[in-house]
Design a protein around this ligand. Structure first.
Ligand code: BG6
Length: 497
């Protein structure tokens, strides 16, 4: 169903916070610039800070200007800011939800179609959903009400199920938009287009031709000021449970019957259900964790994780996690999928690397071609959104020598501006398209996969292994590899070995 450009109210919980500053407000502004916000649409920002409408508008103005000064046109910005109102309140106070309901009902200011966006700490999700539900704010008539829930959806299987029960009490599943912003990234959506709009790949996309798959997300940044959040979270929950497992589903899924949300999500959940459970006592063969120690990034010395603010001196929280998973289905049986993420690594990079098998026979034996290299298909998510296929070609000249070259397809021309994932997803939420949002069974299944690792790590005594900030993580993580010749593919740079 498309409700293209319908007037709607955005009610943002946590509007004074980081996500709102860095992502949500700039994304809404971009949507406005692109003509995707109806003239009557309004934004109601909610927060605890003692602001009024004008304070809020001036903060948002600064956020937008600091983010994309080049896009901040004075007239457009003034039009956008005029859409924003601010309501101060305490989420823990029942009276706040009554006040919110009154504000929304007053006059004709706020369109009745409404998206409630929870950009708040996960501890508040349950109480806020209950507060909104009890104030009748999710009730629909000839208008719709939708809820966008940020990650993390729970901190383990039990808490995710508890949160889901609260949602189920107050909303229909069709009203719930569980966000994973990775699904809004250009290349991530392109994985589907690449796989299902090009016939040449399908015959190769299976265990007969693919040796293994790697999905890497590395960041040069540390945990910033988020010590308290990160201590209870760690890399496995923060990145792998959501973003990396979602990427895996897109790479591995069968073609859906259509691009409709349910068809797509059915296929994704099938992949998650096919992931082989870890055998007893085998977790260490499949999962590896580590923490960054002090090191140097771009020439500057940075502290280790244990020296960061709000981090316990004896913390065993992982800032690096690597996993090996098998998908036990007809297409993928026996192909390892290596997932890896880390903070304070050498560079910021998100990459899906697919390594094809070696040719079945050393065809060039007896010539100057000493060894043949495997083909790699690389899907760069960031910083470069591109697609690269590495192949071997003959070098010019009389001798039969070879070299590696690559076929490159930039996914965006130099004159095409990048679209932030939040722009795409906020627009989908207004248009009622849930295909890039998570259905609960995906979330549940992802927790089921990781639960044994979480348990094992919780029980294992510290300290955990460490890696120097600015490195590519510990060498020891290679113990996950099925074969001696496997190596981590860090970035788009060619492999030297
Ligand atoms: C978030 C995590 O979901 O994703 C952060 O909580 C992480 O820890 C971020 O830094 C990475 O997102 P992006 O879009 O910057 O790659």
């Amino acid at each position: 169903m498309s409700d293209d450009n319908t007037p709607c109210s955005y009610i943002i919980f946590g509007a004074t916070g980081n996500l709102s500053r860095i992502k949500l407000m700039p994304a809404l502004y971009q949507l406005d610039l692109a003509g995707k916000l109806h003239p009557a649409s309004r934004i109601l920002a909610l927060g605890r800070s003692d602001w009024d409408h004008l304070d809020c508008r001036s903060k948002v103005e600064n956020w937008i200007v600091e983010r994309r000064p080049e896009a901040a046109d004075a007239a457009e910005l003034a039009r956008f800011l005029a859409r924003i109102d601010y309501l101060q309140g305490d989420l823990k106070n029942d009276g706040f939800y009554r006040r919110l309901a009154q504000t929304l009902a007053e006059g004709q200011t706020y369109p009745e179609n409404a998206v409630f966006y929870l950009a708040i700490g996960p501890d508040h999700f349950g109480p806020v959903i209950a507060g909104l539900g009890e104030a009748g704010l999710f009730a629909e008539q000839d208008y719709w009400r939708r809820l966008v829930v940020e990650k993390p959806f729970g901190s383990d299987l039990k808490s995710a199920r508890a949160l889901q029960r609260i949602l189920g009490r107050h909303l229909r599943e069709e009203q719930v938009y569980r966000i994973d912003h990775y699904l809004g990234k250009g290349t991530v959506q392109n994985v589907l287009v690449f796989r299902f709009a090009n016939t040449m790949l399908e015959p190769l996309w299976n265990r007969n031709y693919i040796d293994h798959v790697q999905i890497t997300h590395s960041e040069a940044l540390g945990i910033g000021g988020r010590g308290r959040f990160y201590e209870g979270t760690g890399a496995l929950r923060d990145m792998i449970q959501s973003h990396l497992l979602q990427l895996l589903t897109l790479v591995a899924m069968e073609p859906p019957v259509s691009m409709e949300a349910e068809a797509l999500r059915d296929e994704k959940v099938k992949v998650l259900k096919s992931i082989r459970p870890f055998a007893d006592g085998e977790i260490d063969k499949h999962a590896y964790r580590a923490q960054y120690a002090a090191g140097s990034i771009a020439g500057a010395t940075v502290p280790g994780y244990l020296q960061e603010a709000d981090v316990d001196v004896g913390s065993t929280t992982e800032t690096y996690a690597a996993l090996k998973l098998y998908i036990d289905n007809w297409r993928w049986r026996g192909v390892p999928f290596y997932l890896r993420t880390g903070k304070r690594m050498s560079q910021r990079s998100s990459l899906i690397s697919i390594r094809f098998r070696q040719p079945p026979q050393q065809f060039f034996r007896g010539t100057a071609v000493q060894s043949q290299r495997a083909n790699w298909l690389l899907l760069g998510i960031q910083p470069c959104d591109c697609l690269r296929i590495e192949i071997t070609v003959k070098e010019p000249g009389l001798d039969l020598t070879t070299r590696q070259t690559s076929l490159d397809a930039g996914l965006r021309g130099v004159d095409e501006a990048p679209i932030d994932a939040y722009e795409a997803l906020l627009l989908d939420a207004i248009e009622g398209d849930r295909s890039l949002f998570l259905r609960y069974d995906e979330v549940d299944q992802a927790w089921q996969i990781l639960e044994p690792i979480l348990h094992h790590w919780r029980e294992a005594p510290g300290p955990v292994a460490s890696y120097a900030a600015g490195s590519w993580g510990p060498e020891e993580s290679r113990r996950l590899f099925d074969s001696e010749e496997h190596l981590w593919r860090h970035s788009l740079d060619p492999v030297r070995k």
